[in-house]
Design a protein around this ligand. Structure first.
Ligand code: ASP
Length: 468
């Protein structure tokens, strides 16, 4: 009798758990260096392989999707609907995040003294950089605090910003110096071959693919026929490549997790617990928000829009492989090919819809990232004794929306963009160093939300648009 094979997503989960166990054991027995030298590289290879496919797949699938939909008017309508839904889910996510963080206030759960000390450091930073202080409580003006301020200033003056944070600050300040319409300018490539060269320029690839696809629809059939056939052929090849890579996914995920946890733990497993201790409440609030978004809000939206025919179980078992992969790779771009396959094959969404809606979603729709940015800003402000006004919180909604659109779909991108959100409301961007230690795990969770959001929107589009 033929044995039934365990579903791939379970195999991936097993690889993931074994990878964590391996890393903890290897850190206990002092083999971390072995893990980093001999196991971790396979995790990197896995991410590279998936990213290798992401750019050509976005290119060919969008062109194929546009020509498949056929009618430019219908395409325009679908495009607006898609962007509208992406924007709405992002705003819902940020609002939920702001609600949770203002209600639970994890940043105020640290001692009064540390908040006062943090507040003073912030004011010194604001003065030295010419930044406007965000509210008018001026602790440093209090006579009794003068000596305390001097001590802190001395300590703060000698603070060395780690090179990791300094790199991220440089990236963020380059983005910040640009004018308000720079993001539009950045979307239009001046040379498509340069855009194809860089996974971070995915928006340019999308722009080109849409433009190319629409132009293809407007030329006579006898000229476009062969090009369309070729594009669809390429698409099938890239999807096959993903199929082949995914066969080894559980092993790759084992290596990936072993590497990530080993880097955190070093040669002492207790370090992992230490890292989480100080930030546990912040971690809990972000994780709670993300879980609510993925497993309560999206199903609710689907239920409201698509009615009784929505099945919770079918939806989540259909996308579980993509969710498991998003969790282990922390990259919605790397997960994209699998998301497309899951949504098409398991949720029955028309290929023309997935190939148009999902690549755009992987790049611009990051509900998990935007929610996390909103929570992180308020948390950091609270722990520095700063209460942001409603106006500042509305600014956070706007900047976090734009920042999540601008974040590349790769690990850690949300953290870099968080610096811009902090700067916009007058806070110190170097604060990302405070939450950096737990960022990787939160990145894994927010990527699951990003991918689930894309799957939700494509299901809605498929159910509400007639495809003939
Ligand atoms: N890793 C996330 C993604 O690829 C982006 C981020 O939040 O850093 O979706």
């Amino acid at each position: 009798m033929k044995k039934k094979k365990l579903a791939l997503h379970w195999q991936i989960v097993i690889g993931l758990v074994l990878g964590i166990i391996w890393a903890l054991l290897s850190s206990k027995f002092g083999w971390s260096q072995f893990t980093l030298n001999w196991i971790d590289p396979f995790g990197q290879i896995f991410i590279n392989l998936l990213k290798l496919i992401a750019v050509p797949l976005v290119l060919f699938s969008i062109i194929g999707g546009v020509t498949g939909i056929g009618d430019p008017e219908k395409l325009g309508r679908m495009g607006f609907k898609t962007l509208g839904l992406y924007l709405s889910t992002t705003i819902i996510a940020i609002t939920l995040g702001l609600g949770l963080v203002n209600f639970i206030k994890p940043g105020k759960l640290i001692s009064e003294d540390s908040i006062t000390e943090n507040r003073i450091i912030y004011e010194l930073w604001a003065k030295s950089t010419g930044n406007k202080i965000v509210d008018d409580i001026c602790i440093s003006c209090d006579e009794n605090k003068k000596e305390f301020v001097a001590q802190i200033a001395e300590r703060n003056g000698s603070t060395v910003v780690s090179s990791d944070v300094a790199d991220k600050m440089m990236m963020a300040s380059a983005t910040k110096e640009a004018g308000p319409l720079q993001f539009l300018v950045d979307m239009v490539p001046s040379n498509i071959f340069v855009s194809l060269n860089d996974n971070g320029l995915m928006l340019q690839v999308i722009f080109f693919a849409l433009f190319f696809g629409i132009s293809l629809l407007l030329i006579p059939k006898h000229s476009s026929y062969d090009v369309i056939k070729l594009v669809n052929g390429f698409n099938d090849v890239f999807i096959k490549m993903v199929d082949i890579i995914m066969k080894a996914a559980p092993y790759f995920v084992f290596a990936l997790m072993a590497g990530i946890v080993s880097k955190m733990a070093g040669d002492s497993p207790a370090r992992v617990i230490e890292i989480f201790k100080g930030l546990s409440w912040y971690f809990v609030v972000v994780a709670l928000g993300l879980v609510l978004m993925a497993f309560v809000v999206y199903p609710l939206i689907l239920r409201i829009i698509t009615g009784k025919s929505f099945s919770y179980q079918k939806f989540f078992s259909g996308i579980s492989e993509a969710q498991a992969l998003a969790f282990s790779t922390s990259s919605s771009a790397a997960t994209l090919p699998v998301t497309m396959e899951c949504v098409e094959e398991n949720l029955g969404v028309d290929k023309r819809v997935t190939s148009f809606v999902l690549p755009i979603g992987a790049t611009v729709n990051m509900d998990g990232t935007s929610m996390y940015q909103a929570i992180a800003v308020i948390f950091l402000a609270h722990m520095h004794g700063i209460d942001l006004t409603i106006a500042a919180q509305v600014t956070i909604v706007l900047t976090a929306t734009l920042a999540s659109i601008g974040s590349a779909a790769i690990p850690g991108a949300g953290l870099v963009m968080l610096m811009i959100v902090l700067q916009t409301v007058g806070l110190d961007p170097a604060w990302i160093a405070i939450i950096l230690p737990v960022d990787r795990l939160l990145d894994m969770l927010r990527t699951v939300v990003n991918v689930t959001g894309d799957a939700t929107v494509s299901t809605i589009i498929a159910r509400t648009e007639k495809m003939d």
